[in-house]
Design a protein around this ligand. Structure first.
Ligand code: ADP
Ligand code: ADP
Length: 227
């Protein structure tokens, strides 16, 4: 579904990614781990065009994302992304956060968008909070809203960039549980995370990065078994 082929990226004269190649199949959950600064976040951001790259190619459903005619907004609708910081619209209610892009971008009717939003809020356990504003929710709840908002666009792939790193410890599990359920439902997921318990339980494969290079790609069992 997603294939990185010999991707290299520079920030000015600093090379952040060196010749990275990895292929992710439909329905797979792949975890990216490695030291801070190793390029995990950069690699994830390249996939939906949040950062550009200079060498190599990235294919989504067999088509280069650099190909003429591939529009970034269209790509980002098909590839959902959840960041460390939730980035909800503060002046909109939870429900409105989930309906606005459906209405404005996908041109769904208000009723359809609301129906979809409510079913997603049910899925992440936040039905009771639909009319609240983001500031009235805990960090864990806000991140679950952010995941639901991303899902409201019916993405084919979900990218997660340290979705629990900004959360208080007691809120981490509620977000990981939502992510694990998503994985169970067959979503294709690429996740940057330091949550190795989650990786062990949910990932199909683990990619280990260091200094901008992919140094290991292993099935989860192999990755965690002693050498
Ligand atoms: P990780 O997610 O593994 O912590 P990042 O992808 O965030 O790593 O960063 C990889 C390297 O690229 C780091 O050395 C970081 O400082 C550098 N970097 C990231 N973003 C930028 C940027 N916008 N400009 C310059 N350097 C950057
Ligand atoms: P994350 O890894 O979650 O993206 P960071 O704290 O690494 O968060 O980066 C926050 C922002 O700063 C990102 O947009 C990143 O591109 C940018 N950034 C990171 N490192 C550098 C750097 N060395 N020089 C310039 N910008 C950077």
């Amino acid at each position: 579904m997603i294939e990185l082929k010999n991707v290299s990226k520079w920030y000015q004269d600093f090379q952040a990614l060196h010749d990275c190649s990895v292929q992710v199949e439909k329905g797979e959950v792949v975890i990216f781990c490695g030291p801070s600064g190793s390029g995990k976040s950069t690699l994830i951001k390249l996939i939906n065009g949040l950062e550009s790259f200079e060498k190599g190619d990235i294919l989504f459903q067999g088509q280069s994302i650099k190909a003429a005619g591939v529009k970034l907004p269209a790509l980002r609708r098909r590839i959902g992304m959840v960041f460390q910081h939730f980035e909800l619209f503060p002046h909109l209610t939870v429900l409105e956060n989930l309906t606005i892009a459906q209405i404005k971008v996908l041109r769904r009717s208000g009723a359809d968008a609301e129906g979809k939003a409510l079913s997603l809020l049910d899925r992440v356990g936040l039905t009771a909070h639909a009319r609240k504003y983001p500031s009235q929710l805990s960090g864990g709840q806000q991140q679950r809203v952010a995941i639901a908002r991303s899902l409201s666009m019916d993405p084919e792939v979900m990218l997660f960039d340290e979705p629990t790193s900004a959360l208080d410890p007691e809120m981490i599990n509620e977000v990981l549980t939502v992510m694990a359920e998503l994985a169970c439902d067959g979503m294709t997921m690429l996740c940057v995370t330091h949550e190795m318990g989650f990786a062990r339980q949910v990932a199909d494969r683990v990619v280990f990065m260091d200094a901008g290079s992919i140094v290991e790609i292993s099935p989860t069992d192999e990755f965690f078994s002693a050498p």
